[in-house]
Design a protein around this ligand. Structure first.
Ligand SMILES: [Fe+2]
Length: 436
């Protein structure tokens, strides 16, 4: 879509430009063994290697460590990353990062590991009171004041896109709210994306992370256009969640085409290495897309869902207590959201549904939300995921608490194509309780 398309006509107080952040990405089977050479080329001599206890036992971590050793780099392992990071675990990681005399960071793991590494890099390099860099309204949302140390991110799942974004998400325990920190400076300097890591992933994890990637692309495409989003006080502080733009559209289109073709194959057949590699590539593209546009309601609503989960425990995850994977909490909200947002940009909803494999022949603008919602529900059923929020333990009685948990997510909620307040959020959660 051209930048002069009517969807991007500047309107009122909206922004008149958008900013692209291209990550340095290396993609290919076996590329984790390049870690040492990239680290050396970036001047690293002594690195903090972030991972978690389960990834630390995997071959991927051993490959990265060996590669660093072969390049003559000292790597000190930090495997205390919490699977659901909190302010406490971020601060513990910061103490490690600040005390080790490191000149660079390497992360090997999923979104939690990469996010924790980004946060530790920020606070160890530019020490500040914890709430300083945390998104408003929970924190003060101050900009990260200067460059960070180099960070090579090696994802071990195919979904979060954290390796190509400047975003870190965590639970802020004093408020029992998920929030995050965002800065272009937090984007890893290099992403090493090796599709071999997906070969041994259990189906539930491929499904949850695949839904996360699918949702990143969908939310990018249906976010408010940048030209309707309020201008930043200074151009250099234009938010990462800057709204849909022609470039993020193009990247999200490609991601959705791949997800439409390969998602179910990758989940249902662990031996289908082609499909799993394509999902890894799609997740990278979707990460780049939302890293330059921002997510909106399915993500904004998901943080309250994961924060309030009481009994549900997803299969195939190692957690001791109640746990819902991020991608699952996102996708369970999505059909309800798109039924609501479709009227803002029906052509985009229909186009997304078609790219995901829905039959859109004869569909009108009035059908757009329903068509996309139904396609997503088909995917949810096909992989055996729960039937809405009621199937993971929520009921009408929880709606107020869910709304209260979502409201602090202003950064993403304001990126939706329609204005949303507490009343709308309540209806959206009610619509996500059950789908069939
Ligand atoms: Fe996500």
């Amino acid at each position: 879509m051209s930048c002069s398309h009517h969807y991007y006509q500047q309107a009122g107080l909206g922004d008149d430009a958008f900013t692209l952040d291209a990550s340095t990405v290396t993609f290919g089977a076996g590329c984790l063994k390049e870690a040492g050479d990239h680290a050396r080329a970036q001047g690293m001599k002594r690195v903090a290697l972030f991972t978690d206890k389960s990834v630390a036992k995997l071959e991927h971590c051993a490959v990265v460590r060996q590669s660093l050793t072969d390049a003559g780099i000292d790597a000190v392992v930090y495997d205390e990353v919490a699977v659901e990071p909190t302010d406490v675990s971020f601060q513990a990681a910061t103490r490690f990062a600040a005390g080790g005399n490191f000149d660079g960071f390497v992360s090997v793991g999923g979104g939690s590991v990469m996010d924790t590494c980004k946060a530790a890099n920020v606070y160890a390099t530019h020490p500040a009171e914890f709430l300083a860099y945390i998104n408003a309204p929970v924190g003060r949302g101050e900009p990260v004041p200067g460059p960070l140390k180099p960070h090579i991110a090696c994802p071990t799942t195919s979904g979060t896109g954290s390796e190509v974004t400047g975003i870190a998400i965590f639970d802020y325990l004093p408020m029992q709210a998920k929030t995050g920190m965002v800065s272009r400076r937090m984007k890893p300097t290099t992403a090493l994306i090796d599709p071999n890591v997906t070969r041994t992933l259990p189906a539930t994890i491929v499904a949850a992370t695949g839904f996360d990637a699918m949702s990143h692309a969908l939310e990018t495409l249906t976010a408010i256009p940048y030209a309707r989003r309020a201008k930043a006080p200074q151009p250099s502080r234009r938010p990462v969640s800057q709204g849909a733009n022609p470039w993020s559209d193009a990247v999200a289109h490609e991601a959705l085409d791949l997800v439409g073709t390969y998602f179910l194959r990758a989940v249902q057949d662990p031996a289908d290495t082609d499909a799993r590699a394509e999902m890894m590539y799609a997740a990278t593209l979707a990460g780049i897309a939302f890293g330059n546009a921002g997510c909106h309601l399915p993500h904004g609503m998901s943080y309250a869902v994961s924060g309030l989960i009481r009994e549900y425990r997803a299969p195939d995850y190692a957690q001791d207590g109640p746990f819902i994977p991020h991608g699952m909490s996102v996708i369970l909200n999505a059909p309800s959201v798109y039924r609501f947002t479709a009227e803002a940009c029906p052509d985009r909803h229909l186009d997304a549904a078609r790219r995901l494999g829905a039959d859109t022949k004869g569909a009108t603008d009035a059908d757009a939300g329903e068509v996309l919602a139904n396609r997503l529900i088909e995917f949810v059923r096909a992989v055996g995921f729960p039937n809405g929020l009621s199937a993971v333990g929520f009921s009408e009685r929880d709606l107020d608490a869910l709304v209260k948990g979502a409201l602090p997510q202003a950064r993403v909620i304001n990126n939706a194509p329609r204005a949303v307040g507490p009343e709308e959020l309540r209806k959206l959660y009610a619509g996500a309780l059950a789908y069939w």
